[in-house]
Design a protein around this ligand. Sequence first.
Ligand SMILES: CCCCCCCCC/C=C/C(=O)SCCNC(=O)CCNC(=O)[C@H](O)C(C)(C)COP(=O)(O)OP(=O)(O)OC[C@H]1O[C@@H](n2cnc3c(N)ncnc32)[C@H](O)[C@@H]1OP(=O)(O)O
Ligand SMILES: Cc1cc2nc3c(=O)[nH]c(=O)nc-3n(C[C@H](O)[C@H](O)[C@H](O)COP(=O)(O)OP(=O)(O)OC[C@H]3O[C@@H](n4cnc5c(N)ncnc54)[C@H](O)[C@@H]3O)c2cc1C
Length: 627
Amino acid sequence: MEGVDHLAHERNKSEFDVDAMKIVWAGSPHAFVVSDRISKLVASDPGFRKDNRSTLSRKELFKNTLRKAAYAWKTIIDLHLSEEEAAKLRFYVDEPAFTDVHWGMFIPAIKGQGTEEQQQKWLPLAYKMQIIGCYAQTELGHGSNVQGLETTATFDPQTDEFIIHSPTLTSSKWWPGGLGKVATHAIAYALLIVGGREQGVHGFIVQLRSLEDHSPLPGMTVGDIGMKFGNGAYNAMDNGVLRFDHVRIPRNQMLMRVSQVTCEGKYKQSDVPRQLVYGAMLYVRQTIVADASCALSRAVCIATRYSAVRRQFGSQNGGPETQVIDYKTQQSRLFPLLASAYAFRFVGEWLKWLYADVTQRLQANDFSTLPEAHACTAGLKSLTTTATADGIEECRKLCGGHGYLCSSGLPELFAVYVPACTYEGENTVLLLQVARFLMKTVSQLGSSKKPVGTIAYMTRVEHLMQCRCGVQRGFAELSADLVEAAVAHCQLLVVSKFIEKLQQEIPGKGVKQQLEVLCNIYALFLLHKHQGDFLSTGCITPKHAALANDELRSLYSQVRPNAIALVDAFNYTDHYLGSILGCYDGNVYPKLYEAAWKDPLNESVVPDGYHQYIRPLLKQEIRTARL
Ligand SMILES: CCCCCCCCC/C=C/C(=O)SCCNC(=O)CCNC(=O)[C@H](O)C(C)(C)COP(=O)(O)OP(=O)(O)OC[C@H]1O[C@@H](n2cnc3c(N)ncnc32)[C@H](O)[C@@H]1OP(=O)(O)O
Ligand SMILES: Cc1cc2nc3c(=O)[nH]c(=O)nc-3n(C[C@H](O)[C@H](O)[C@H](O)COP(=O)(O)OP(=O)(O)OC[C@H]3O[C@@H](n4cnc5c(N)ncnc54)[C@H](O)[C@@H]3O)c2cc1C
């Protein structure tokens, strides 16, 4: 029945202060208050409804996304929301749209690579949404290999302009979100050519469309690249294609913090590392790690609540069947994902600190931690997005058949989430960056340059240098193994940051104890999963492995009574979860049944097409040459 909490019996089992855990998950009491208020504001406003998305055509979905983006912007203005509240509102609206890239990439790129003057000119326009930006780096022929981009930006000293051009089909910009139909401006990445010399890839602010009638400017051929995976909500994003035909822009629209071109046509590389051109990717990758904990926690919340509602087999003398959450197999699949959601939350908090720290250092021209920041953001982005995409799919399977319904929220969550394994750096390519960083560290062992920070532990691998057996063979030859080493390095990061979190003051009855259980589950699950590596390298004995498995089972039993409370701590509204299986009150079956009849296919009892195709079949009116 409506209004009855079908999960009350589960909530009563909790052994910790859920409200205190909500604050831990949010990050602070202030962050919790903002999140709680904004999520409820969005959930209570019919202008932000999203339960009908799966029934819309692509054009309807896209137009609805534009409406919502405009409505969200009006809400932000009308309610005088702060930047923090506005970001939370966009988060809880939960709709992939051009605004993600405008706020998540276009603005950070100008902040990170623009001069003071360029920031003063362009940021106010972007913050007021008087221009809408996209991040146009990837091309049809190149995405991972940024230095292989073919778009050219040739300086013309006669007119003090750059000529932006797409010399080949493969140089067409391809994939940038917001580019296809909405963005008025782009940060376009192109090969700079000055005085006939190529100077590598740089960023340029290019206006794409008229601010009067939105028509593409002369020399621009621009459109959408077409439908994407799974017919899901990501089709609300207009990922675009763009070709330049000798488009001229003023010299002052090259982002010039990292390098400059003078009006005389002199190229100057300032004393900052050229990698700052990649700065926006560093920023987005660290936000993607926090986003992974959100996406995984949504899926885990749905699967955990439904696992407590669902009963199957095990009835004794006509009594209730067993809750599937009580099966050890369900626990061994679900609880490591619950632990991962919390683990990624805390490593994401640390990565946010690391990014802020490296940004502050860069402003003082201290580049000492930039390589480590790159390795950490690249590696953790890769690790957490792979685990989250796999985890969402596992949560779908944990929900059985009903997990495959759109009304479970899981198919769309998966379809929208999985490109995170590719965008912002394909995950293997990023792990190779981490591997390169680790090998560079190994090569420096024995020198005066001692490994510090997240690689300080590597002093203990000094013996590698003596044998030198593995180091001689090429990086490329060993790359598959090195990628595994990179994953292990990142897993160590996640576990160590979880442990560091537990060393902090954590208020609330039983809260720290619950987090300790989850931390141990995360670590021991990894040890169990990679047992072979640990045994073959002599890190553990078979007895240790057996003890770890026994301890895991015990830890699952400790989590079991707290599972519902641990997902309640995410404090997601039913609107944001968008899942009947994950609804707070657990009243699943009546809601599933009711939702079915809302499907457009049920608007008529006799389906369209019956009289044209089925009736002739049934009435044998279709003569077949032979039966
Ligand atoms: C939820 C919110 C959603 C927000 C909204 C999100 C919605 C989705 C939007 C998606 C947007 C995109 O996908 S935007 C496009 C994303 N594209 C990518 O990520 C491209 C991935 N490729 C790359 O980043 C590069 O090509 C890379 C693979 C690193 C190779 O770089 P290079 O060719 O320059 O070659 P390398 O020799 O490997 O690197 C040279 C040196 O530079 C260093 N280096 C490389 N990258 C660096 C970096 N970023 N910062 C610092 N240093 C870096 C290396 O460690 C080397 O250092 P030394 O070893 O010391 O020499
Ligand atoms: C939904 C979505 C949104 C996007 N939004 C944007 C955007 O807003 N702006 C933008 O500029 N781009 C965007 N992109 C593009 C995205 O950044 C690229 O697709 C991504 O960087 C991967 O590059 P790629 O497609 O060239 O993959 P490839 O590099 O071609 O990957 C193909 C395979 O080759 C392997 N590979 C490649 N290089 C190596 C190597 N050196 N060693 C070993 N293996 C290798 C990869 O591991 C992978 O398995 C978006 C993409 C998607 C899917």
